[in-house]
Design a protein around this ligand. Structure first.
Ligand SMILES: [Zn+2]
Length: 381
């Protein structure tokens, strides 16, 4: 078993990184790992860290490998933003850590999982560290694409690109690593369009599977204008529910921790002003994170819907291409029968514009309404 086993469908990337870990001549002080969401950027970065620290260049079993992978190794710093931007004070701290020699291993490794979320000032604060490499320090920056990373950072790092892994490789990983039943793994990998994290959640969480099915089923019910408004509201509320459920507990724990750090009494009704201002700053950050998370959830629903109309197009044309939604035969037949090919393409365009508008900060409900109006089934208009 090697440390690269969980980096699925990325032969080229694994070849480049494992060669660099084994041969100092191929090593670089800063790497930029890009790849679509769910392709395994951070898994690849952690595996690389393990390969650099492991005496056998990534056996996968030793203490170095295990702690590098889970981020607890003394010489590995992992920055994961969970949706918040990376601020200049955090970047300065990283630049400071980068100056230190490794404490136990051969390398000091700094992994930034969302280098696309560095603010401009934060990126500036990192530049000097990237320009003047410290001999045993390695930066591993991850981002969806090159364009998402500030150009000055881009030009100072070596680029490695991950691709969308094949669905069967993702299914195989779920079976092997997460002990998922093979049929379920195959369904989840296909439905998640090879997004490893989503596939894992679909396979293990029935609620997620139900939410996905409900989202797709909306498509078959949009006849009138009223249906369209209702479908948009449903899509928005599914996202709000998921976002609230996932953040409530973490938000409360963060607040508790902050109060403890400040030496305040968490049970007190009112807090002194300097504590209140810190608490309200945290609450503001949490709200930003919840908004971003809600938008991500909406976007995932839209990606699911997009795959449905694309499948309907495939069914209609009778092309021998594998479907994403094999379990939705009836719905696909309805869509293929009701819409012409041009109309199906127009539906896909409408979904695409909704995604763009939400990305550009248009209120989600507004963008969704405009979209669902375009998704009305023709013969019932
Ligand atoms: Zn090892």
């Amino acid at each position: 078993m090697t440390v690269w086993r969980d980096v699925v469908g990325q032969d080229e990337t694994v070849a480049t990184l494992s060669a660099a870990a084994a041969d100092p001549a191929q090593m670089t002080h800063a790497w930029l790992l890009t790849g679509p969401p769910g392709s395994g950027r951070s898994t690849a970065a952690r595996a690389f860290a393990a390969a650099l620290l492991c005496p056998d260049h990534g056996c996968g079993d030793c203490h170095e490998c295990r702690t590098a992978k889970d981020g607890s190794h003394a010489d590995v710093t992992v920055v994961a933003t969970e949706g918040l931007s990376i601020q200049v004070k955090d970047a300065r701290e990283l630049a400071r850590v980068a100056q230190h020699r490794p404490s136990v291993g051969a390398w000091r490794i700094i992994i930034i999982e969302d280098a696309d979320r560095l603010t401009e000032r934060a990126a500036d604060a990192l530049l000097k560290a990237l320009e003047e490499p410290v001999p045993r320090t390695v930066w591993l920056l991850c981002a969806p694409s090159l364009e998402d990373v500030i150009v000055t950072i881009r030009s100072r790092s070596r680029h490695v690109r991950l691709r969308t892994p094949p669905a069967d490789a993702v299914a195989e990983l779920l079976v092997r690593r997460d002990d998922v039943d093979p049929a379920m793994a195959a369904y989840a990998a296909r439905a998640a369009q090879s997004h490893v994290g989503l596939a894992r959640r679909l396979a293990r969480d029935e609620g997620a599977r139900i939410r996905r099915r409900d989202t797709l089923q909306l498509a078959g019910r949009i006849g009138s204008l009223g249906d369209a408004m209702e479908a948009a509201a449903d899509l928005a509320s599914i996202a709000t529910e998921e976002s609230t459920a996932s953040s409530a507990e973490r938000d409360a724990a963060e607040k508790q921790r902050l109060l403890e750090q400040l030496g305040a009494d968490p049970a007190a009704r009112t807090q002194p002003p300097h504590i209140r201002s810190q608490v309200s700053a945290l609450e503001k950050e949490q709200k930003t994170r919840a908004t971003r998370f809600g938008r991500d959830v909406v976007d995932r629903s839209l990606v699911d819907l997009l795959s449905l109309y694309r499948d309907a197009l495939v069914v209609q044309a009778g092309t021998p291409v594998e479907l994403v939604n094999v379990d939705q035969t009836e719905l696909l037949a309805t869509l293929a029968r009701s819409f012409s090919a041009e109309q199906l393409l127009a539906c896909m365009t409408a979904i695409g514009s909704a995604r763009e508008r939400i990305e550009a900060n248009v209120p989600p409900l507004l963008a969704l309404e405009a979209m669902t109006i375009s998704l009305r089934l023709p013969q019932r208009r």
